[in-house]
Design a protein. Structure first.
Length: 142
């Protein structure tokens, strides 16, 4: 049991995943793995995700896993940063990110939280964004 636990910790640290699904649905496609070949310069991806959302929904973790997997195969041509949007107060809408309202219940108390889960992509002198994403499938982006 200790060997399995140690192996899991080591594999998690090096972003190694074993996809045993029949359709390899948790693996990067060949296009994604070879994307770096189309990039002469570094693509910078910043994922702004609110901790309140990340702790309550599995989507942000899937996005982070995908981005780190993509960066891990890109030979340094894709850099990924996960950032707390509260540190960029006010600037996120200017980058094209869209806040969403989420109902939060804590200790029998209900409130509305404003959360972010958006990506900013910077390549050379251009910046683009995905205003809000809650998972890695095409239907989970707003």
């Amino acid at each position: 049991m200790a060997v399995v636990a140690a192996a899991a910790l080591v594999l998690d640290r090096f972003n190694f995943k074993l996809d045993l699904t029949s359709r390899r649905s948790h693996s990067l496609s060949a296009v994604s793995r070879n994307l770096y070949k189309e990039l002469p310069d570094t693509l910078r991806v910043t994922y702004y995700v609110s901790p309140e959302l990340a702790s309550r929904h599995p989507g942000p973790r899937a996005i982070e896993d995908f981005l780190y997997g993509l960066a891990g195969t890109a030979h340094g041509r894709i850099s990924v940063e996960v950032a707390d949007p509260s540190r960029e107060a006010g600037a996120l809408e200017g980058l094209g990110l869209t806040p969403q309202r989420m109902q939060v219940v804590e200790k029998n108390e209900q409130r509305i939280a404003v959360v972010y889960s958006g990506l900013v992509l910077q390549y050379r002198d251009k910046t683009d964004s995905i205003p809000f994403a809650i998972g890695t499938t095409a239907s989970s982006t707003a």
